[in-house]
Design a protein around this ligand. Structure first.
Ligand SMILES: [Zn+2]
Ligand SMILES: [Zn+2]
Length: 356
């Protein structure tokens, strides 16, 4: 019998303390007992729970439903998302029977990741490795629990990214019911037609406690905007960081300026190594990256490489570079000579930002 491996990747950072972890504990118990009553699930499903805070551990190794009991969830400090992905990849390598020419192996594993916060570790190398070697052979659903989850980061490695926006225990129960149905549906699908074809989660039964997050688009509640620039003289890169004004005094109140609708304010401009690009998702560097409108950011930095007074000039190619002022300048990204002008009142356009 080919197994359908299910990995539950659970964020147990200390921000989950209290009701969230309580609901989650009850939710897992109820999900397991419902799945036990399902003939398809009981036949094929094998479940593992991996928990992560500052450290990552498998709390239940991959096992079949009859013997499965979820231990009590603990919490810790930190959100090692990169570490969790690394750990998951190791588990997939060692616990999942791979398909070969002579052996059918397990069905494509299912991964449900649940997290309420932002990663506190360096996650990009793990994300890159995942995208290169694992993404296509695993069906992943990443669920942001609440408004502070970094769904923009989830979009870098998961094809199905959702936001849970419920508040009450009843809402959470609905969410768990949806997840149970979603797992059941996949166990029926593999039994009847195999695991080929696109895996797409249906939100029909989610009772509106879940919302899809568009793949590749950073979530709107992000705290920062990061722009990547290049010095036209030294050619080397730098990043300009803007912080959200959402949690602070609106700019309009501290400055009598027209940028009333600016959502992000300059925080700093920092030189970075060329390796910045190696650690970055290629999709976030080109025109496919998330966009930010020029009127939503406020504040100018000088170039940390050459001292040019304007570090956030925008070329026609969409990239950011440094300029001494108005007049002709050469874009270090595309090589074109462009004439810089001061942006007129009311001019607005989108520029590509990094995922941050
Ligand atoms: Zn410069
Ligand atoms: Zn250019």
């Amino acid at each position: 019998m080919r197994r359908l491996p299910l990995f539950l990747l659970i964020d147990i950072s200390d921000s989950m303390i209290g009701e969230p972890i309580e609901y989650l504990q009850k939710g897992i118990d109820s999900m397991i007992s419902k799945l036990r009553q399902d003939p398809h699930a009981i036949e094929t499903l094998h479940i593992s729970i991996i928990a992560f805070a500052g450290r990552v551990k498998t709390i239940v190794p991959l096992m079949e439903l009859p013997g499965f009991y979820a231990p009590k969830l603990q919490v810790g400090a930190g959100t090692s998302l990169g570490g969790a992905l690394e750990h998951l990849m190791k588990e997939i390598d060692t616990k999942v029977v791979q398909r070969t020419e002579h052996r059918k192996g397990d069905w494509k594993p299912l991964v449900y990741l649940m997290s309420d916060g932002k990663p506190t570790d360096i996650f990009q190398p793990a994300v890159d490795k995942w995208n290169r070697h694992y993404r296509n052979r695993v069906n992943t659903v990443a669920i942001g629990l609440g408004p502070h989850a970094s769904t923009g980061i989830f979009s870098k490695f998961a094809d199905n990214v959702l936001t849970y926006n419920g508040e009450t225990e009843a809402d959470f129960t609905k969410f768990i019911e949806w997840m149970t149905i979603s797992v059941k549906t996949q166990s029926i699908k593999v039994a009847e037609s195999g695991d080929r074809g696109a895996f797409k989660v249906s939100l029909e039964k989610s009772s509106d406690v879940l919302q899809p997050v568009k793949s590749g688009v950073a979530s709107k509640d992000e705290d920062h905007v990061i722009l990547v620039g290049r010095c036209q003289i030294k050619k080397s890169p730098y990043i300009i960081k803007y912080n959200t004004t959402a949690h602070s005094t609106p700019i309009s109140q501290i400055m009598n300026f027209r940028q009333n609708d600016a959502k992000y304010m300059l925080s700093g401009c920092y030189p970075v190594d060329e390796s910045y690009f190696e650690w970055s998702d290629p999709g976030s560097m080109g025109g496919d990256g998330p966009a930010v409108s020029i009127s939503s950011i406020f504040g100018n930095a000088s170039c940390p490489r050459c001292g040019n007074p304007v570090a956030n000039a925008v070329c026609g190619c969409g990239k950011i570079f440094c300029v001494p002022g108005t007049g002709p300048s050469k874009c270090p990204w595309c090589g074109r000579t462009v004439t810089m002008e001061i942006m007129g009142e009311g001019v607005d356009f989108d520029i590509t930002r990094s995922y941050g």
